[in-house]
Unconditional design. Structure first.
Lengths: 379, 379
């Protein structure tokens, strides 16, 4: 057939899957909201960024590497991978570095999930994982949170039931801040069905209580762990994440990843950040203090802050999702960027990231009016 | 079926496509070669990077943005997209920004190419495009270069013959440096079959003669143009590319892209680089001078440099691919990183990127021995 004669084709011809996908965004960025409201936010407490910033050594390394930015970054991420391997006492073959956990989740889903393949996650857990699954034609099954915790046993039981290829579990959890001990995760791993890989997202583990990281050998073929420099390391804008897993699985990322996708300065910054353990300890302390401050602000306003092992606190606003959304919208209108869980009953909460005295002062100043606004709507 | 009882599954269960893919790398990085040879390169002239570096304003913008690197970059790339739109006199809806052309090619292929779908490219053209096509199960058809030029008419004829969804054409071409005028590209566009999208990779167009960029309206649904800050703008390590195309197609990228994938400092750097037109003019002049110097070095050694509209020169070594490879290997052993075309007959050449006096001095000093080494092998 000569296509030039057919004359009836649309251009371009998307795949049926691409045709079916919405042009959706997992999260609306705060910059978009700032443009919409015509003013910058006073406090940026919605994206679980680390307002305290990265190690000064990381900043210096990134600034220094800017002079070399005419060069592509090392596609093997050799220095960073080797440093991470040493840090975790694993082999470099157990580590893949990528463009944030978001990028790595995309590659992982692409490797495993084809049209109609099933995955399991919690109802209201990280939407970017779901975005990737939908983007490769996968079918998402969910289980509810239990007492504001992700429920590994229920996730794994559902995974067996639907023959899932992949199950997603964040520990500590986002958006609730709740957590399980690493040994509890390991104990329940035996319930993970054969042929199902656990993605254990440990994005926040560096500010969780000791013992939260799952104590599993890197070569355990049942799971892959995701880590990031975006949260406690304070480098969200640099886009550096990594995964720890069995070497066969890690090597499979080389089949699909954007080999030259890493920013060269970001590679240098992550390496320096990893080596500054003193800074990490200071950040952990500041995060802990900020959580206490958020807890106090919540309690002062008659609200219930949930225990958190992360750099944010979910605050139970005491009513339903409509009420919490009204609180959130008033906060946003007052210039305080926060987010909230997507699914009931967790969406009775707002989610407030750790900030400094200034950010949290703005939050404290805005919350009473936000609650009054929401109550006025709710009469 | 209870998977726990089946007991025979491998973990993880890759898709059949992922299972079939090699863990291949489109290019071996120079850092890998440096580790293998146990010494850094004296001259880095193999990756068509811009050794003259980015605009000082871009460097300053990236360094400044490092202080804000704790924040995720704007997922809409709003400021950069709007500046690019103004620069090209198109609408922001005609522009998508991504993690280099490599990243954007990956998204584009994913949108269009499913298992068994056909694409057309030139034999020996950009291998990362082929990597993405294979990675999504596409079938690659090639046509030969004609007189060291990509051959649009042959590409489009082949596209009609195999009902290709996508055809790739770089103008100027990599690895040969050859080019067509933009009006010649437009003239042949009528031969592009219905239902086939042209990816026009204009990565090097900023250092090509005026009139090389294809003068097509952004909304022309027959093609999408790729541009980058990695080459003439000197920011390869930052990972910033963009595409110009019809708004429907551009919007489709939002279905699959890593929305928070852009490095925040890179966004700021690209914006500043775009605004420094004086620097761009200076770089064009330096590239032109460096091409002349490479030409002279080739001629001094009895070799034939090909005309180039890029920041590199393909040098015809006068014999076959085996000979050129021997020349290349001796250069690399002497600390001069260069690359060469993959396919015959273009692989009679080595490809040398523009460098400064020091880099090209090292190349000039090494080439006679490289030729002698290759001739000794070839006796």
């Amino acid at each position: 057939m000569n296509l030039r004669l057919s004359g009836c084709m649309t251009n371009p011809r998307y795949t049926p899957l691409a045709q079916s996908l919405p042009a959706s965004v997992p999260f609306v960025g705060p910059e978009t909201q700032e443009r919409q409201r015509g003013a910058p936010f006073v406090a940026r407490l919605g994206a679980n960024e680390n307002v305290f910033g990265p190690s000064p050594r990381a900043v210096e390394a990134m600034r220094g590497a800017t002079g070399d930015i005419w060069m592509y970054g090392d596609p093997e991420n050799h220095n960073l991978r080797h440093a991470l391997a040493e840090y975790h006492s694993v082999s470099p073959e157990n580590i893949v570095v990528g463009e944030g956990i978001d990028g790595l989740l995309g590659y992982l889903v692409r490797l495993l999930v084809g049209q109609g393949d099933t995955v399991v996650t919690s109802d209201g857990a990280y939407p970017t994982f779901n975005y990737h699954v939908a983007g490769f034609g996968g079918v998402i099954h969910t289980v509810p949170y239990r007492d504001d915790h992700e429920d590994p046993q229920a996730l794994f039981t559902k995974a067996a039931e639907v023959e899932a290829k992949l199950v997603y579990l964040a520990n500590p959890d986002n958006p609730m801040g709740s957590w399980h001990s690493g040994t509890d995760i390991v104990a329940v791993l035996d319930a993970l069905p054969d042929g199902c890989l656990l993605v254990l997202d440990e994005a926040y583990v560096e500010c969780a209580p000791d013992g939260t990281a799952a104590p599993v050998p890197a070569d355990d073929p049942r799971l892959i762990r995701m880590r990031t420099f975006s949260k406690v390391y304070g480098m969200a804008g640099a886009r550096v994440g990594y995964a720890i897993g069995a070497s066969d699985l890690i090597s499979a990322f080389n089949k699909v990843r954007n080999h030259f996708g890493m920013n060269k300065a970001a590679q240098a910054g992550a390496l320096a950040a990893l080596q500054d353990e003193v800074w990490l300890l200071q950040i952990r302390a500041r995060i802990s203090d900020a959580r206490e401050r958020i807890n106090a602000i919540a309690l002062e306003n008659g609200l219930h802050p949930l225990p958190s092992a992360t750099n944010f606190v979910a605050i139970d606003c005491g009513q339903d999702g409509v009420f919490a959304k009204a609180v959130l919208e008033s906060l946003v209108a007052q210039g305080v960027f926060v987010r909230m869980p997507f699914a009931a009953p967790q969406n009775r909460c707002i989610r407030v990231s750790c900030g400094d005295a200034s950010n949290l002062g703005a939050f404290a100043a805005s919350l009473p009016k936000a609650l009054a606004d929401a109550r006025a709507l709710n009469v």
